[in-house]
Design a protein around this ligand. Sequence first.
Ligand code: NAD
Length: 488
Amino acid sequence: MPSLRLANLIDGRLVASRADRWLDVHEPATGEVFAHCPDSDADDVADAVASARRAAADWAALPIDRRARLLHRLADLVEQDLEDFAALESRDSGKPLALARSLDIPRAVSNLRYFAAAIQAWESESHATPLGRPDAGAINYTLRQPLGVVGCISPWNLPLYLFTWKIAPALAAGNTVVAKPSEVTPCTAARLAALSIEAGFPPGVLNIVQGRGPSVGQALVEHPAVKAISFTGSTATGAAIAAAAAPAFKKLSLEMGGKNPAIVFADADLSDANLDTIVRSGFANQGEICLCGSRLLVQRSIYAPFKERYLERVRRLVVGDPQDPATQLGALVSRPHFDKVMRCIAQARDEGAVVLCGGEALSLPGRCAGGWFVAPTVIEGLPNAAATNQVEIFGPVVSLIPFEDEADAVALANDSAYGLAASLWTADLSRAHRVAAALDFGIVWINCWLLRDLRTPFGGAKQSGLGREGGTEALAFFTEPKNVCIRY
Ligand code: NAD
């Protein structure tokens, strides 16, 4: 099959990078190159930003319902092509096709539709200010105006899902966008580029520049005309972006790494369905979701029986060809990431971990013989302070840690540089509220996991994030509030 050639979207046209350089794009399930993506640089970013600047005033002035209609139209086009998008996302990222079909692409459609609707319902404030006499006062009202040109930088784990989670609120709020998908998984954003032309977005409103972080990403962050950066990715990259953006005082939204706890109390309802969710919370998308719980804290009084039931389920997980409907875990996204996860497992062993299941790479027969597969791995025996329990692995590796009581659970959960998401399992409602309030995390799920409402604030505390996405938080980020005061 001939290799797929992806394009940038600049000024409403699908183009190669100016220097005509290309990056290999691999299919993780086979290890083979199946596409080539523009290896763009600062010149391409400059072209995209110039186009976005030219388009900014007209886009900001467009009636809100016209902007919303274009986002809805794009959502409709993605939905019409859902099967193709899902196949491409699965091929590009290694995730099971069934997951791309049921989660990634439907959520991308929802992101576009949600922000198209949210911008039309968004309100701003007014404040009546008395000045001491009945006939004297002032009215303050808040204008929330678009920032101009904004940059959106997204990672590889939920490619189209997180890409649209950024561009949809940015566009809805009236900004023009220069967006950079991950060079590891560039395909679905490239396909979205073509559909945005078909949907009728004016040239320059949405630009997509493909390429590597240190070239395209950095140029975008450093470009003086880019007013804000919305980034999702690793904490190390987030820190580099924060440092580069600080001298220009750019607005920043940073969604970064995690080392999330799932906390199981002895009184939890451990029905089969709940146990399945706890397993999923560790291994969905091969553990490559920033919200996955990689530290499984279990109350000591139920530790042994819980472990047995949990392991029995993890051992049954099917790792296989992402195209096979029976597959629950596909391939890890890249060779470097596969190597990193295998190094983390070796380090866990060096630290003295007991590997209860998995712990090795898997060789699949046939088409997937060259793929990057890792067996779902459960370990125990390491203190929370061990490097394995502190460093983000971002793979199918869960570490079991016993705890004594509520205070111990909270202390262990919070003993992390990260603070993205926690889940807790208990039948005691008062305890659930108490623990939720005490956890230093941006998101807490009680007796559930990954239940999302797009109106809620989304993001992390500590080294997991700066700012929040979702709902009106995202619209607030992508606008500048201006208070106007009128005396009467
Ligand atoms: P990454 O930081 O390597 O890359 C993310 C994006 O940043 C990519 O598009 C990359 O090209 C770009 N980039 C890299 N260097 C850059 C630079 N110097 N300047 C500007 N851009 C640069 O992350 P990744 O490996 O793609 O993704 C995995 C990470 O993302 C994990 O740490 C995971 O926890 C995190 N993540 C967080 C969330 C969240 O919502 N908090 C969601 C998904 C993933």
